[in-house]
Design a protein around this ligand. Structure first.
Ligand code: GLV
Ligand code: MN
Ligand code: MN
Length: 414
């Protein structure tokens, strides 16, 4: 008799707890930044769980981690399901981990039932999704889908570490995972994730089906002035890059989002050098994250930002340099994969809605090479990139059940 694969909710919730202990912060979140010792420990734990179950484990040159269960048709490329295990510096325990561990639970559920799928199914933990330690984000999926990574060799992290060194050490720390070439044909990709916003919770919906992701652009603005004595330098003699930076930020915050409800503009990092309390800074660098579903609006916001920064720098007799460190246009997911998710949700009789993702995800890059789509579950108060991030256990398990149902359907097309 063939069993029907079922999510083991207790096992999934126990795994979420176990991974939340890796890099746990006192405030209840996690700090498991890409390629750190904590990230390596999480990869190790997942690989060990997989090896224990008899699954094959692989990694590639970007440290993407894959766990494979064979299908019945060896000619078919695998269906990929997964997310990421790295976190923000003060991140939550569900961003990435929920999707990765639910994907592993899906593989185990299929294995427990000794069910057959036509395609192989592979769980994937994409490397460096967050990008907060080493920009750009979604590095793993970008490299997997063919991005030119030669320029990444010289990337230096927010903590001064070298990407090449940390990436190499991360790969070497897991010799049990067989190295395979970067990139391969895949049949499709499904990612479960927390919404990271408030709409599902507000509308009391357990599931969102994501049909598209808005675009993201990251800009690094460096304003150069002249260091000077805080006590002796009168206003007329100052070339203060902090004054220019603050004025530019103020103008941007008051002229973009208030007039375009779809636009997002965030300054999440500001560095002043030399960083002395009693010296006018020599330079101020700030990073801006802009988001919009329309690429034309992203272009317009970037143009406005360039003009505002140039004007405010000039007003302080400073110079400005602006570098784009990340540019990810938004994209729509495959209608076929969205339909597969709709069918899974309907078969489980779950209230749901279709929606656009405000956050970027690895699925955006996978969508360029195969049918891809995402499942969202609500998170408390819409909080994410915050240690207080929380998902009701019932929602986590429901999301995993949808993933399982959809993965079985997608891996055994009629
Ligand atoms: C992903 O982490 C994002 O910033 O959207
Ligand atoms: Mn994420
Ligand atoms: Mn994130």
């Amino acid at each position: 008799m063939t069993l029907v694969p079922e999510i083991d909710g207790e096992r999934l919730l126990g795994r979420l707890d176990a991974f939340a202990r890796i890099g746990a912060t006192p405030a209840g979140g996690v700090n498991r930044q890409a390629f750190s010792l904590e990230d390596r420990s999480a990869r190790r734990l997942l690989a060990e769980l997989a090896i224990e179950r008899g699954f094959a484990v692989f990694q590639d040159a970007m440290a993407n981690l894959f766990i494979r269960r064979e299908g019945t048709d060896a000619t078919l490329p695998p269906l990929l399901i997964g997310s990421h295990l790295d976190s923000q510096p003060t991140g939550g325990r569900f961003d990435g981990a929920l999707g990765t561990l639910s994907a592993f639970e899906t593989l185990e559920a299929v294995e427990d039932a000794k069910a057959e799928t036509r395609m192989p199914i592979e769980v994937v933990a994409w490397a460096n999704e967050e990008g907060s330690r080493f920009a750009p984000g979604v590095m793993g999926s970008m490299a997997f889908t063919g991005a030119d990574i030669s320029a990444w060799q010289s990337i230096v992290g927010s903590d001064g570490a070298s990407l090449a060194g940390e990436l190499g050490a991360t790969i070497s720390a897991l010799p049990e995972a067989t190295l395979r070439p970067l990139g391969m044909p895949i049949s499709g990709y499904i990612e479960l994730h927390i919404e990271q916003g408030p709409s599902l919770e507000k509308e009391r919906l357990p599931i969102g089906i994501v049909t598209a992701v808005q675009g993201t652009r990251w800009l690094e603005i460096s304003i150069e002035g002249a260091a000077g004595h805080a006590g002796t330098t009168g206003l007329a003699y100052r070339r203060d890059p902090m004054v220019a930076a603050v004025a530019a930020m103020h103008r941007l915050q008051t002229t973009i989002m208030p007039f375009d409800s779809s636009a997002r503009l965030t300054v999440g990092r500001v560095t002043a050098k030399p960083g002395s309390i009693n010296a006018i800074p020599q330079s101020v660098v700030f990073a801006v994250d802009i988001r919009h579903p329309q690429v034309e609006r992203l272009d317009a916001i970037e143009a406005e930002l360039r003009q505002v920064c140039a004007a405010e720098a000039e007003a302080q007799h400073c110079t400005v340099m602006i570098r784009r460190s990340f540019d990810m246009p938004g994209a729509a997911f495959s209608p076929d994969m969205v339909k597969t998710l709709e069918e899974a949700v309907n078969s489980l009789r779950l209230p749901h809605k279709q929606m656009i993702s405000g956050a970027f995800h690895d699925a955006l890059f996978l969508a360029r090479v195969a049918p891809a789509a995402m499942i969202f579950v609500p998170c408390r108060d819409g909080l994410s990139h915050n240690e207080a991030e929380y998902v009701e256990p019932a929602y986590a398990v429901t999301g995993a059940r949808v993933l399982l149902q959809a993965a079985i359907a997608a891996a055994s097309p009629r």
